[in-house]
Design a protein around this ligand. Structure first.
Ligand code: PEP
Ligand code: MN
Length: 335
């Protein structure tokens, strides 16, 4: 719409689109009001909108992903998790143990995260393990521990949802739901969290392209949930010296393609402690909106991902180093 368009003109265009049977999304926060129309291309494109009062121009969305694309919304989306803004220049540190193992272990990790300036506590209660004989997580008991610890130290919490049957329990206990790499294309699960009243962090599948990640996010957004954070966590390549290959190039590509915040998980890409910091630094330098890092009070005793978790006693120094680089890039940490 033209900058001078009146609310009545905006409303009229919305009505015309709705009458054509298309979905409408109005973004009025910027200099211009942008009205997104999603429906049958032949019908929507046939509407004579360019002749309607207040309309500046009609732009066909070229991409298959619509709601999550920059074409649809040019400004960065800021996702607020338990009061902490992520994206739009607010750099967020999310951290915590790989798995919730006990109250004491989760608390020790959380205290280090809080002291270091982290803004969200992570911890897995339902763990996607390669072996069915490996520790599978504490389930509901883990959710209760995570919530209690988050409240005790004053951090919002996030956990992985693997099964839609656990959605209610997860919504009840956490501030943000995360979908793990192995479920990035579990389309029914994506639609379910798209209807859930919580922000969603969507991790890139280890064999998924950037476009597939964006299409997965579109499944969530299509159901009405636009509070989505994307997470690059490494992809599978022929290289075996790291656990996965961190796709640093995906960060600026995603920043150009979508308005959603992009965070990076250097821990799972690295697979070993010594590699987490350089990958984290690369992510910050490439423009990530935040990091999600695994930290455990005694990694050698961890029930999952022992080799890659940062000892909680070292986590403050880890974050301090990251924030020095962040300052060089002209960004500020979210608090
Ligand atoms: C995790 O974050 O604990 C995890 C299992 O990550 P991913 O889904 O990226 O493998
Ligand atoms: Mn892990």
């Amino acid at each position: 719409m033209r900058a001078s368009a009146t609310p009545a003109e905006v409303a009229h265009v919305v009505t015309l689109i709705e009458e054509a049977g298309a979905g409408v999304h109005v973004d009025a926060g910027g200099e211009f009001t942008v009205i997104g129309a999603i429906g049958d291309r032949a019908i929507v494109a046939g509407l004579p909108l360019e002749a309607v009062a207040g309309v500046e121009k009609v732009v066909p969305l070229r991409k298959e992903y619509k709601r999550v694309s920059r074409e649809f919304r040019s400004r960065d989306t800021i996702v607020t998790v338990g009061g902490s803004p992520i994206g739009g220049g607010n750099f967020a540190m999310l951290a915590g143990p790989c798995s919730i193992e006990s109250y004491e272990q989760t608390l020790a990790s959380a205290q280090a995260v809080k002291a270091a300036g982290g803004v969200v506590l992570r911890g897995g209660a339902y763990k996607p393990r390669t072996s069915p004989y490996a520790f599978q997580g504490l389930g509901l008991e883990g959710l209760r521990i995570l919530r209690a610890v988050g409240d005790e130290v004053g951090l919002p919490v996030t956990t992985e949802l693997m099964d839609a049957r656990d959605l209610e329990d997860v919504v009840e206990h956490v501030d943000m739901i995360w979908i793990g790499a192995r479920n990035m294309q579990n389309f029914n699960l994506l639609s379910e969290v798209g209807r859930a009243p919580r922000p969603v962090m969507l991790k890139r599948g280890m064999s998924a392209t950037v476009e597939e990640l964006l299409m997965a996010a579109e499944y969530v957004a299509k159901e009405g949930n636009d509070d989505i954070i994307l997470c690059e966590r490494g992809i599978r390549t022929f290289e075996r010296s790291t656990r996965f290959t961190l796709d640093v190039g995906a960060i600026p590509v995603l920043k150009a393609e979508t308005h959603l915040p992009i965070i990076v998980d250097p821990s799972h890409a690295a697979g070993k402690r010594s590699l987490v910091m350089p990958l984290a630094m690369a992510a910050v330098a490439a423009g990530a909106d935040g990091l999600i890092v695994e930290t455990h009070p005694t990694p050698e005793h961890a029930l999952s991902d022992a080799a890659q978790q940062i000892p909680s006693a070292e986590f403050g120094a880890f974050v301090a180093d990251i924030e020095r680089l962040l300052a060089v890039t002209g960004r500020t940490p979210s608090r």
